[in-house]
Design a protein around this ligand. Structure first.
Ligand code: MSP
Length: 507
């Protein structure tokens, strides 16, 4: 079985974490957890991008050394990573010594290979993107992403000969139409390459904060180059004494937002080729979370703090809501009202009530004993297909579609309760077998759905299995029907998703 390596972008520490960053981390976490369930050896990497020029500026304003400032603010990012329940295997900081040494080695390899040369850069620079723009790319003279006026910069820089990599990049794209997903992002990246590629600057002059260019320490490595290399450097030191590249490179899937497509889908593979490394296996580019149709971003100022939502609703509902409501890969609106509504309807009434009803009926009609076989309903058939359907969608990064498959089963089970009317069967002793069949099918369906949902709802899944008296084993093969243990002692379960008030700010 192939190992699975998944990454998030590493986040800029000079802004506070917001729901958009949390979204990428949650999505990557669902993939990591799912592949672990399938028995694959998995490595999940996230972390922080610390050498942005803004970090040095803000630190200076506060009279702090950049690293001291970074050590402080990185804690907010670690906290969000933990609070969204990310199961990352490592948290990289680009200020790590080992990372910095690796970046120098990486760049030296390209330099020695002849693809880096000295030149003068003159151009328009957006400090928020940490990227150069041409006049044509600006909208009314402003950065198309941040709406800010870029700075005019002119300085001696080292350039990477990206222009020499056009053919090799196109070959790469031709060889694997799934290199970048979804397909429309593949086309976007490929079109960008076809238009012809300009060399780009891989160093910055006069910046004290960053990784020194090994052959010219007056320059630091351009923050984007420094940042991209994290995906490889982390593997060299995350487990001291063990070079994880042997296992996980290039079996990697980079998950990222559409704002940073070019860096990942064009620059990064070219840099890897130039330095003599394999290119990543796959990149998945997701869309933006929007609030009233606008991108949620620090610069626009419409941020939602994920921790505020988690405080009110709990982490699993927030994870669930974002992936359920915004088709993964597309842009989509989110709102606190939307979260509230799905919390009550889908989590409370559909999933939560199914558990309450099932356990209450087993307690009441069968003295807490789960019957040992299913009924004549077609619930088992539905469960039978669940594992492969969900896995196929997750293999295609359709995190929203996978969730819909599980929800179909949950709705089917609720319908089964309504149609079979266990409360009437319970009144008639001759219907004992029929009642047992219904109770078993409900339990078995809920158990299978729970295993399929565990990557999305990591806190809730073990609670459901415990309430059903089932072992906490999340191995994917247990999504199969008929694996419910006929245990005793089932009691009516407490509500999984108790009522909460809509936060005042949203009401
Ligand atoms: N530091 C760079 C990435 C370097 S990776 C080698 C960076 N950092 S960032 O803090 O700005 O994070 C950008 C990422 O956060 C996006 O690519 C996306 O994954 C996520 N999002 C930020 N805002 C978002 C939304 N409104 N919606 C969805 N995701 C968003 O860029």
């Amino acid at each position: 079985m192939k190992p699975f390596y998944v990454t998030t972008p590493i986040y800029y520490i000079n802004a506070d974490p917001h729901i958009g960053n949390a979204y990428t981390t949650i999505a990557a976490d669902v993939l990591a957890r799912h592949h672990r369930q399938r028995g694959q050896e998995t490595f999940f990497l996230t972390g922080t991008d610390e050498h942005a020029s803004n970090v040095a500026r803000v630190a200076a304003k506060q009279g702090l050394e950049p690293k001291v400032y970074a050590d402080r603010v990185v804690e907010r990012w670690r906290e969000v990573t933990e609070r969204v329940n990310a199961s990352n295997d490592f948290f990289i900081r680009t200020s790590d010594q080992e990372h910095k040494a690796f970046v120098q080695e990486f760049l030296q390899r390209i330099y020695d290979g002849g693809d880096i040369y000295e030149g003068v850069y003159s151009g328009l620079y957006c400090v928020f993107c940490e990227a150069f723009y041409t006049e044509a790319e600006l909208v009314d003279g402003r950065c198309p992403i941040h709406g800010t006026v870029p700075e005019q910069i002119e300085e001696k820089n080292y350039f990477f000969r990206l222009s020499a990599y056009q053919d090799r990049l196109l070959e790469l794209y031709d060889r694997d139409p799934r290199f970048v997903l979804p397909g429309f992002r593949y086309n976007e990246a490929r079109r960008f390459i076809e238009q012809g590629l300009d060399d780009f600057s891989v160093s910055r002059a006069g910046q004290p904060w960053g990784v020194p260019v090994p052959w010219d320490t007056d320059q630091v490595v351009y923050v984007w180059v420094d940042a991209l290399i994290n995906y490889l450097s982390a593997l060299t030191y995350a487990r001291p004494g063990d070079d994880l590249r042997e296992k996980f490179w290039p079996e990697v899937c980079h998950v990222l937002g559409k704002d940073i497509l070019r860096f990942h889908c064009v620059f990064w593979p070219a840099l890897l080729l130039a330095a003599g490394f394999d290119v990543p296996k796959q990149l998945f580019v997701h869309g933006f979370l929007l609030l009233d149709e606008q991108k949620i971003s620090k610069t626009i100022g419409n941020v939602i703090d994920p921790l505020d939502l988690i405080d009110v609703y709990g982490v699993d509902p927030v994870r669930f809501y974002l992936l359920r409501t915004v088709t993964f890969g597309q842009d989509g609106n989110i709102s606190v009202e939307g979260l509230h509504e799905r919390y009550e309807r889908e989590l409370g009434n559909e999933l939560g009530n199914l558990l309450s009803r099932t356990t209450a009926m087993i307690a009441r009609y069968r003295e807490g004993r789960i019957p040992d076989r299913g009924g004549s309903s077609n619930v088992a058939e539905r469960i039978e297909r669940l594992g492969s359907q969900v896995a196929a969608r997750l293999d295609a990064f359709d995190l929203t579609g996978a969730l819909e498959q599980v929800w179909e089963l949950i709705r089917r089970l609720n319908k089964h309760v309504e149609e079979s009317k266990p409360w009437e069967l319970a009144k008639d002793e001759t219907q004992r077998g029929a009642l047992d069949g219904v109770l078993y099918d409900l339990t078995d369906g809920l158990r299978a759905a729970t295993i399929a949902l565990a990557a999305y709802l990591p806190d809730t899944a073990p609670q459901i299995l415990a309430a059903l008296g089932q072992p906490p084993d999340l191995a994917w093969e247990n999504v199969q029907p008929g694996r419910t243990a006929a245990v005793e002692g089932i009691e009516p379960a407490a509500p999984l998703f108790p009522r909460v008030d809509l936060p005042a700010a949203a009401a």
